[in-house]
Ligand binder design. Sequence first.
Ligand SMILES: Nc1ncnc2c1ncn2[C@@H]1O[C@H](COP(=O)(O)OP(=O)(O)OP(=O)(O)O)[C@@H](O)[C@H]1O
Length: 231
Amino acid sequence: MLKIQNLNSYYGRSKALDDVTLNIEAGKITGIAGRNGTGKTTFLKTIMGLTDRSDGQLTLNGTDISAYLTHERARAGIAYVPQGREIIPDFSVRENILMGAYADPEKRIGIPEIVPELFPYLINNLDRAGGVLSGGQQQQLAIARALAARPKLLLLDEPNEGIQPSIVAEIEQVILRLNSEFGLTIILVEQNIGFLRRACAHFAMLEKGHVVEGGRIDGLTDDAVQSHMMI
Ligand SMILES: Nc1ncnc2c1ncn2[C@@H]1O[C@H](COP(=O)(O)OP(=O)(O)OP(=O)(O)O)[C@@H](O)[C@H]1O
């Protein structure tokens, strides 16, 4: 679905992503792991066209999107749920969701059918301000906003970070359903190795912006986790 070839990304003069080549398979979840500051967020931002400068090739379902601007990548079917969620606090739940809909190439400015099914809380609280929601509810909202663009590929950056343990299982369930029931292809940045192993078909381990291990998830050994994730 997404072919990533020799991708580099820079902040000023420093290189944050170094020659990443990866094939993201359609209908599967690919996990991205690695220590803090190793380039996982930069990887997602570079796919979305949100970093200062990058080079290399991105091919989405046969179309070269390397030169596309962020909104063109969104229209091409890529949606991003950023770390920290970036909800607009003064906008209502409804308005936050509808913001995502502007990236739908068919301009369906509405709440997609999948949202009530996955997030009944949001549907029952459409007029509440986004800023008063709990961390877990805001994470639901960030995912709902991304879904309003009707994406084919969803980029999730540490969706369980800073969320109450009791809600983590719910968010994990949503991610699994998005993939298994709704067929979304997902790139998941995740530090929890247990969930990574349960959810993903493939993985890539980053170190200093470079892929140091990767492949099918059953090839993610305890040794690899020890060498590339433990401090
Ligand atoms: N806006 C920025 N300007 C300059 N350098 C940056 C910027 N954002 C990230 N970096 C640097 O790029 C490198 C990769 O950071 P990135 O946030 O992608 O890592 P990460 O693996 O997602 O980390 P974390 O697990 O802490 O979220 C780090 O050295 C970081 O300091």
